[in-house]
Design a protein around this ligand. Structure first.
Ligand SMILES: C[S@@+](CC[C@H](N)C(=O)[O-])C[C@H]1O[C@@H](n2cnc3c(N)ncnc32)[C@H](O)[C@@H]1O
Length: 235
């Protein structure tokens, strides 16, 4: 499979084409099963059992393709923390820490009888082995609570909202820069609008991305075409 490309495919099919122990780092943002409209034919309202099987499958494939001692980060909703802690343990991963992406503003329209949400948890897990990274040339004092505003339709530049569940570029850049070296190969099985690919292109990391949606792949390629990269083979 060529690198520095995003592929329109089911991530399980895409992952199965990758060699075992070939990926340096995985960062991703899987569907939360909250009935979001990701596009035609993409089911974000699976039964509990289907959702569990799906999560086990992508986690298990990520475990296989990741090099030993290397790391995987993924976001989830607060109610899924214990669920994903359990599933990733079952697949063989070691839990490292939970980061918090805090937006300092209310995200979405929540019921008035509950707390207004302003953060999302980000899992940090590791495939057992001699630990790779972390590279403290990136702010040595980087904290585990990362404050960055959410992408918004009215925002100009890199965080102008083009995807229903878009993450801010700086968030992924921060994590990738701290955890990888130049030229490392980074994978995102649910790439959406391409935040991982754009961060990699800016930081001179190689990447592979998958998404089921044709529209997302187009958005991703369009966004990538506006970013400068120095490593040979950029699309
Ligand atoms: C939470 S969003 C990712 C958003 C992304 N981080 C961004 O900032 O734009 C999840 C993505 O997974 C994609 N998706 C859902 N099921 C998939 C599957 N089986 N294989 C690949 N992609 C899938 C959706 O189309 C959606 O873009």
């Amino acid at each position: 499979m060529d690198v520095n490309k995003v592929y329109q495919t089911d991530c399980i099919k895409g992952l199965k084409q990758l060699n075992s122990n070939s990926i340096d780092f995985i960062i991703t943002d899987p569907p939360y099963n909250k009935d979001k409209d990701y596009g035609e034919g993409i089911n974000d309202n699976k039964s509990k059992q289907e959702f569990k099987l799906f999560n086990r499958e992508w986690l298990s494939e990520c475990y296989r393709v990741l090099k030993e001692g290397h790391h995987l980060y993924f976001s989830c909703s607060p109610e899924q923390i214990f669920y994903f802690h359990h599933l990733s343990f079952l697949e063989g991963f070691k839990f490292r820490h939970l980061l918090i992406w805090s937006t300092n503003e209310c995200r979405g329209h929540m019921n008035e009888r509950t707390w207004l949400r302003s953060y999302e948890p980000i899992f940090w897990i590791q495939k057992p082995g001699k630990s790779y990274g972390l590279f403290n040339n990136y702010p040595f004092s980087a904290l585990d609570v990362i404050n960055i505003s959410s992408p918004h339709v009215n925002r100009k530049g890199e965080d102008k909202k083009v995807h229903i569940a878009q993450k801010p570029l700086k968030l992924f850049e921060t994590i990738i820069k701290k955890s990888t070296k130049e030229n490392d190969l980074v994978l995102d099985p649910f790439i959406g609008s391409g935040v991982t690919a754009i961060a990699c292109k800016k930081l001179n990391r190689r990447f592979i991305g998958f998404d089921l949606s044709k529209e997302n792949i187009e958005i991703c390629n369009e966004r990538l075409s506006k970013v400068k990269g120095n490593i040979k083979g950029w699309i």
